[in-house]
Design a protein around this ligand. Structure first.
Ligand code: NAD
Length: 498
């Protein structure tokens, strides 16, 4: 069994707190590692390393910083198979899906390679008599990221790539459930030429998170995880004067209009509902067919498809999805399926009895499909985060729109239709951050920004894209006058450009 470490100041460092958590392999249910849980002192050591390294990195010109990122990209490509294999083994998703996880992170590293251009300030020549005004973007200093289990490559890269490109030093606290890939990413970045101390990884739980939140040398925190913890991190981080952005849970709806291409819609629902065992913040967990006929047709097709889903170990390249991340996650999701039955929803496909032959101790759950789910049910209101799709029937388009708008979460949403007017109206009026038109998982590309609305996000700037550069820098505005003959004496009124 492997004993994992922290990565501080460019070196693997063994945990000294004496506290560990067990790391499991979801496809077999075996323990594969011990993960150290950092103490306040270990977090502090990471912050001190970051603080010492940051000024020289910030003073390295942006083109040189970009070159290190470019080299990092080459190494990510070189080690792609190894990273995907480790990721799938620790997380449970299939190797193909693990490659997608890495790729969506790579795209943000590619975006961050444009840092010489992205960090350019503004300049106004002759804003007043002999006066020029310009703005600078400067890094914040030491910043931190706290990330969830479900994208152990993508989300850490979304956080540290733009932050480091901007000239900050970074302390990452990845999920304790799958920390191996984040550690490998830090090693690769070092190999690419990143100075030691610019990217540190501390493994841990609430104690490490609280130490980051309270550390006076950390200027900004980016968090991704469940809403309850997002809210906590946001409140405590803001109270200690940090810049904080927190992304939380989701309940993503897919509205099916009567004119939708039904083949395309069903494919979309199957992939987005059950891919990665439904453990994606952009998974579609609610289908909203509009009209009785649409609903009946959708259910008829969905039942056959959900019944024929292929579940397998992460190493099976023909599997549609693999196991859930932990035994607790499996128990929780199963509990929601039991609850849905108690609440009176129709369980059209019941995956609870599924057993994976040869992997009986793995955390597998067959695809579950509920019909006649209503908005008052907990299985509708709460995030299940498993291979469970709920169908909520709507009589009209307005009813479907209202459902999406009334839900407390507002991460992603989709509409499937051939009607441009309906799609346009939906995009304009829906109270959700990321919208798909005939696209089921509308995760924006790297040079746009990613973020939900309502209780899916706290803070006012999104992840990646231009918002990430704003989040990881602060602006300075310089108003400069060169003397050349202007002698206007002391002025006691507010200066204007007249
Ligand atoms: P989680 O909230 O359990 O953990 C997220 C991070 O917070 C981890 O690093 C964890 O160690 C830490 N943490 C856990 N409990 C804590 C506590 N009590 N105090 C302080 N820190 C704590 O989330 P998860 O289960 O790892 O991830 C799944 C959740 O993340 C889902 O709700 C999913 O929707 C959400 N998510 C959201 C987005 C988004 O962009 N909106 C993206 C991915 C995942």
């Amino acid at each position: 069994m492997q004993e994992l470490t922290h990565f501080i100041g460019g070196k693997h460092v063994a945990g000294t707190s004496g506290r560990f958590t067990q790391g499991w392999q979801p496809m077999t249910g075996e323990q594969i590692s011990r993960v150290p849980l950092a103490s306040k002192a270990e977090v502090r050591a990471a912050v001190e390393n970051a603080r010492a390294a940051q000024p020289a990195w910030a003073a390295t010109n942006p083109q040189r910083r970009a070159r290190v990122l470019m080299k990092f990209l080459q190494l990510l490509e070189r080690d792609n198979d190894k990273l995907a294999e480790v990721l799938a083994r620790e997380h449970g998703k299939t190797i193909l899906d693990a490659k997608g996880d890495i790729q969506r992170g790579v795209e943000v590293v590619e975006f961050a390679c444009g840092i010489p251009h992205l960090m350019k300030g503004e300049f106004t020549d002759g804003a007043g008599p002999n006066i020029d005004v310009y703005s600078l973007r400067q890094p914040l200093g030491v910043v931190a990221g706290i990330t969830p289990f479900n994208f152990p490559a993508m989300i850490p890269m979304w956080k540290f790539a733009p932050a480091i490109a901007c000239g900050n030093a970074f302390v990452l606290k990845p999920s304790e459930r799958d920390p191996s890939v984040p550690l490998m990413l830090a090693e690769l970045f070092l190999e690419a030429g990143l100075p030691p101390g610019i990217l540190n990884v501390v493994n841990g739980d609430k104690e490490a998170v609280d130490a980051l939140l309270d550390d006076p040398d950390i200027q900004a925190i980016g968090f991704v995880g469940s809403t309850a913890i997002a809210e906590y991190v946001y409140a405590r981080g803001c109270a200690t004067g940090k810049r904080v952005q927190c992304f939380g849970g989701a309940k993503n709806h897919l509205v099916v209009m009567p004119d939708a291409d039904m083949d395309q819609t069903v494919d979309a629902l199957i992939g987005a509902g059950y891919g990665s065992a439904g453990e994606r913040c952009m998974a579609v967990s609610v289908a909203v067919p509009v009209g009785q006929k649409t609903a009946d047709e959708l259910m008829r097709r969905l039942i056959t498809r959900v019944e024929s889903l292929k579940i397998g170990p992460s190493t099976d390249s023909s599997a549609d999805y693999g196991p859930l991340v932990t035994a607790q996650a499996l128990e929780r999701v199963r509990g929601y399926v039991d609850l849905g039955v108690e609440e009176g929803a129709t369980l059209a496909v019941d995956g609870r009895g599924f057993k994976m032959q040869g992997y009986e101790k793995g955390y597998y759950l067959g695809g579950c499909l509920f019909d006649h789910v209503t908005p008052d049910m907990r299985i509708y209101k709460e995030e299940i985060f498993g291979p469970v799709l709920s169908v909520v029937r709507a009589n009209t388009y307005e009813d479907a729109l209202k459902l999406c708008n009334d839900h407390e979460y507002g991460n992603g949403v989709a509409i499937f239709t051939r009607d441009g007017d309906a799609a346009r109206d939906f995009a304009a009026r829906v109270q959700v951050g990321m919208i798909g038109v005939n696209v089921p998982i509308p995760v924006p590309i790297a040079y746009y920004t990613f973020g939900g609305w309502k209780r899916s996000a706290f803070g006012d700037l999104n992840q990646h894209g231009p918002d990430s550069i704003r989040f990881y820098t602060r602006t300075k505005t310089v108003t400069a006058r060169w003397p050349s003959g202007v002698k206007d004496g002391a002025s006691f009124v507010i200066p204007t450009m007249e």
